[in-house]
Design a protein. Structure first.
Length: 47
């Protein structure tokens, strides 16, 4: 993986984590996501 792609992937991951982290537990539950699932969901979205 080249450095540009790695950086882009990391930025996407961090952006997704930050967005999901701002949601309340109730909003996350409505999406079917728990707080513990946020990193895994973010990893999948940054691929």
């Amino acid at each position: 993986m080249n450095i540009t792609r790695a950086l882009r992937s990391y930025r996407s991951y961090r952006s997704t984590v930050n967005e999901l982290d701002r949601l309340s537990n109730r909003e996350l539950a409505d999406l079917g996501i728990s707080r513990w699932d946020i990193p895994a969901v973010a990893r999948q979205s940054s691929r």
